[in-house]
Design a protein around this ligand. Structure first.
Ligand code: ZN
Length: 378
């Protein structure tokens, strides 16, 4: 990946290039982004620039020398990865799989879509429904791979994707090497939640914050990748808050809308028609899924209701109903009174918090159904 291929963040790329040119590259760099902004392709462009034997005068790697090509294909022997994983049908017999068990899937996912989201990774690894983790064993593996000499003599590069998924013990294992790095070792922490990383690692790192891409930057990329019209692509770009990865997810078959729109519509129909039994039955579809998916349902329902509320208030322009949701948003927006929405948002947020805290899911969603049912006439 060359800098010129990375979406948006023009000013930031300029800063990174000047940082390398002036020899001020830190040994621990923390890239802070929202899911799907593209910190991974940016980190790879940066590493490629650091390692390229034939840098271009405009401030980019050449993209064609052997080092560049090995980085672009993620097969450079001095480039290492750690990312959250969990047990899955693809992890083999190990009860505690490591990133190395999934390197093939990881590379292929990046080739398919460098802007993949955390959910995309878990789906690809076959662990969706569970969260991934970076274990103590993985931390040991990281230290081992960095203890070797650089194969090609141009430094060693460790990308840790979502260090917030490390527990304290794993993070503490890494602390010493981050505090006192070897001169040729570079860490790239890519995080969606810097507050959840131990402060000692955070404070030792150079913070690099990515910005959302502009709608006009995203629209052509979305169109090229998913065949949307410019108008539809603009809706996805805005709804995704400038995140290409999230926008692609929303437009794709694996999207939350594809997974949950029908269930959400059924449940709202049951609320409207006063059919509590059907509403509780609707819960079964949610209960059949793992906790991560159940949280996703709550988030999706909240987003869908928000679009209905905005539509009701005549704020169509910012309600940004996705094309596949337009019918449902139109139909329900005239039904629920204003008071319904705030109460429903609160109930959905509570449900999400309780699922996160491992409260019995059946109880949580039964409670949620009761609140929605009782609230419809507010
Ligand atoms: Zn090169």
């Amino acid at each position: 990946m060359q800098f010129k291929e990375v979406l948006g963040n023009g000013e930031l790329k300029g800063r990174l290039i000047r940082m390398v040119d002036s020899g001020r590259t830190g040994h621990s760099i923390m890239l802070v982004e929202r899911d799907g902004y593209g910190a991974l392709p940016l980190a790879l462009a940066l590493i490629q620039y650091m390692i390229c034997g034939n840098r271009l005068p405009g401030g980019d790697s050449c993209g064609v020398c052997p080092a560049c090509r090995k980085i672009a294909e993620m097969v450079h022997p001095d480039l290492h990865f750690a990312f959250p994983v969990n047990v899955s049908s693809k992890s083999g017999s190990s009860k505690k799989p490591l990133s190395s068990s999934f390197l093939q899937e990881w590379r292929q996912l990046y080739r398919d879509n460098p802007y993949f989201t955390e959910a995309d990774l878990y789906a690809r690894l076959g662990i969706d429904g569970k969260a991934g983790a970076i274990s103590v064993a993985e931390a040991r593996e990281i230290l081992d791979s960095l203890s070797l000499k650089s194969y090609e003599g141009k430094g060693k590069y460790m990308i840790i994707w979502l260090p917030e998924r490390m527990n304290a013990e794993a993070a503490n294992r890494l602390l010493k090497i981050v505090e006192e790095p070897m001169p040729d070792t570079y860490f790239f922490f890519i995080t969606h939640a810097p507050d959840r990383i131990i402060s000692t690692i955070r404070s030792r790192s150079q913070l690099v914050r990515l910005y959302p891409a502009q709608t006009e930057e995203l629209v052509p990329v979305l169109q090229a990748r998913s065949g949307l019209s410019a108008e539809e692509a603009a809706v996805y770009a805005r709804t995704a808050g400038g995140s290409l990865g999230l926008a692609l997810d929303m437009a794709g078959e694996g999207s939350a809308a594809a997974a949950w729109l029908q269930t959400a519509e059924n449940m709202l129909d049951a609320v409207v028609s006063g059919d509590l039994v059907r509403l509780l039955e609707g819960n079964e579809a949610v209960l059949a899924q793992g906790r991560e998916r159940q949280k996703e349902f709550c988030l999706y329902m909240e987003a869908l209701l928000r679009r209905m509320m905005l539509r009701r208030r005549g704020l169509d322009r910012i309600s940004d109903a996705l094309p596949q949701e337009a019918g449902a948003v139109e139909r329900f927006s005239s039904v629920f009174p204003d008071g319904f929405y705030e109460k429903a948002f609160k109930a959905l947020e509570e449900a999400r918090t309780m699922i996160e805290a491992n409260v019995n899911a059946k109880m949580v969603f039964c409670h949620l159904a009761n609140i929605l049912f009782a609230t419809k006439n507010f």
